[in-house]
Design a protein around this ligand. Sequence first.
Ligand SMILES: [Fe+2]
Ligand SMILES: [Fe+2]
Length: 299
Amino acid sequence: MARALEPKDSDQVGARLLEASVRNSYDPHLDIDWAAPLAVGKAYMPFERVSLYGTDLWRGLSEEQRIELSKHEIASIAGVGLWFEIILIQLLVRYAYDLDPTSPHAQYALTEIGDETRHSIMFAKAIARFGAPVYGPGRAIHELGRIYKTIAGGPSMFAAVLVAEETTDRLQRSTMDNPEMQPLIRMVNRIHVVEEARHVRFAREEVIRSVPNLSRAQLEFHRLATAVVAFAVIDSLINPRVYLSVGIDPREGRAAALANPNFHETRRWMAEKVMEFLTDVGMVGGPSKAILRRAHLLR
Ligand SMILES: [Fe+2]
Ligand SMILES: [Fe+2]
């Protein structure tokens, strides 16, 4: 077994993550200049990551419209990210309920709840600053989330959290050091990337620790649960109403995006690292892989 995949002591991991949190955490109220004017002529995400990039609809858009669509797509991703963070906060609260609160492991889980609370405020403030709607996932997924956050647990809970965190993380990393991008979103992304690196570590360790204890039937159940939630999250990131911002009918825009090989490639790129990890640890495999292929998370 590769060293990275060997289970580690949960309190040692927790203690290290707590130390890092004390050293390097942000407060979106203080660390972001919300009053700074938005830069004119700068995109909000790289054009090649916009869902319509390369399609006929894209070719019909002016430079200003392309920037506008990039703004609404990043606002949609932030809104869905925020929705998932509020779910995650509730999952972590339920998780911490059974832990010894004096342990570093429990205290890191509580710290992560605090991080996600600040992130949700940060994303909400960014959405408001852009003057974009809070898109969020569709109505049905919003309601299913209500059930999910009440019942999810075990390795598939942390595996699904990893899919949500690592896919958006990859996109954010690609913009934070890019001077062509809007400065406000770069700062938001930089803060998120720093704090999410710890969350990813925590969730990965949880998956590594819990997968070997599963029976064959339990493993297939958790693989299936991971794949279904991963599909729902990735498919919700771009709310079809974003296309209205550039005068495209939401149904037409969504159909074009779902048929766009460039967008499929973007999804696989966003999921590349987390799929590699989940495959190595055994959480991706068997019949549920078909769902991940349909979601364009796997080839
Ligand atoms: Fe977050
Ligand atoms: Fe997180």
